[in-house]
Write a protein that binds this ligand. Structure first.
Ligand SMILES: Cc1ncc(COP(=O)(O)O)c(C=O)c1O
Length: 384
């Protein structure tokens, strides 16, 4: 059997990693400014994390959700404490798409309605309702046939006019758009959405799958806007690479047995990984340092005339150029040994390093960027 070929691959085979350093099978060293799509939060192979997973695997890796699992309760308590959502409840699953799928389903159960309000350039995952709420027709199959309306971000009139129709179950919005290209609703728009959702009994779902877990400089990016969503979806940084996702659910929602469920969600190994991530975030004060690292990064970026704009917050960033970045990204990887990401905005280089990235590593990133920009510019000049 061979693999179903859906991923365009870079010719790199990582075999080990530590912190923000990744080593490939040929012994080459890479600096990770992408964290495998924003997943690596506390750094690769953190010793506490490795010990927590190894110890748990040696004791009990898995049993089903029909037995007691105190690790889930411990995780819920710790996540509530660190995020400021102590009165919310937690449902655990295995990925970001699954978290949003459950959030959308819960909103539909709660309101008895099915229409979803989503936004241009959104990305919410690839399961049925999540992909239908994703603004990319090429990944939506005919079977993903859900009632979804896409509105422009920050268009107050369009939003009020849509929600006033009274037929929406929920609004789903990213704290900061990731795949779409680091755009973000402004505070007045977030507050309008929140107020209108309350007024019309519509569930507000905040997708913090990429922007959560400290990446923005606060535990959740929406916490910059003084709102409290009804449901918050999390994944990526939550497990630092161990597959785990979840939804934080406001006390207004009543659970009943069988309403939601999963075989693997919240298993012992996943909980051990997620608990260790929260412990390290707390112990190493990682969120507290994100904004100082952002300041340093933005200041260094501003010295580059090629960088037209720095988008995003904290360590969820995009460098905007006036050319498409595909060649620059390749040069950064193959010549400079630095991983970065792309976005559906083709002139944006996406930057999602571990929260544990150091100031020295940020210096190395900009040294590499300088060389890579020079190489791409000279290649363009010779091809003219
Ligand atoms: C904002 C957002 N939501 C949902 C998802 C889907 O997560 P997953 O790939 O774990 O299903 C992603 C993944 O990139 C994302 O960035």
């Amino acid at each position: 059997m061979t693999l179903f070929d859906v991923y365009p691959l870079y010719d790199i085979t990582p075999v080990k990693a530590f912190g923000a350093k990744v080593f490939d099978v040929k012994g080459r060293e890479f600096l990770d400014f992408y964290g495998g799509h924003g997943v690596i939060s506390i750094g690769h192979s953190h010793p506490d994390y490795v010990a927590a997973i190894s110890n748990q695997a040696a004791k009990l890796g898995f049993y089903s959700n029909s037995i007691k699992n105190p690790l889930q309760e411990e995780l819920a308590a710790k996540l509530g404490q660190l995020s400021g959502y102590e009165d919310y409840t937690l449902f655990l699953c295995n990925s970001g798409a699954e978290a949003n799928e459950n959030a959308l389903k819960l909103a539909s159960f709660h309101t008895g309605k099915s229409k979803v309000i989503a936004f241009s350039k959104s990305f919410h995952g690839r399961t049925s309702a999540a992909v239908a709420a994703t603004d990319n027709k090429s990944i939506v199959a005919p079977i993903n046939n859900h009632e979804v309306v896409f509105l422009p971000l920050n268009d107050a009139n369009a939003f009020v006019s849509e929600i006033s129709k009274g037929d929406a179950a929920c609004v789903i919005i990213e704290g900061i758009q990731g795949v779409g290209g680091l755009d973000e609703a402004d505070t007045s728009f977030f507050q309008l959405i929140s107020a209108e959702c309350k007024k019309h009994n519509v569930v507000l779902i905040l997708d913090e799958i990429q922007s959560g877990y400290g990446r923005s400089g606060k535990f959740f990016a929406h916490q910059y806007h003084d709102i409290q969503p009804d449901i918050i979806s999390v994944a990526k940084g939550m497990g630092n690479g161990f597959p785990i996702g979840g939804i934080l659910i406001s006390p207004d929602f009543k659970a009943s047995h069988g309403l939601l469920g999963t075989t693997f969600g919240g298993n012992h190994l996943a909980c051990a990984a997620a608990l260790s991530v929260l412990d390290v975030i707390q112990k190493e004060n990682l969120i507290h340092e994100v904004n100082a690292k952002n300041d340093y990064f933005v200041k260094k970026a501003s010295a580059f005339p090629e960088v037209k704009k720095v988008k995003g917050r904290g360590l969820m960033l995009g460098l905007e150029f006036d050319f498409e970045i595909a060649d620059l990204r390749k040069t950064m990887i193959y010549d400079q040994g630095i991983f970065t990401g792309n976005a559906s905005q083709k002139n944006l280089l996406r930057i999602l390093p571990p929260l544990s990235i150091t100031f020295e590593e940020i210096d190395l990133f900009f040294d590499g960027l300088k060389q890579a920009l020079a190489k791409v510019a000279s290649a363009q000049n010779t091809s003219v």
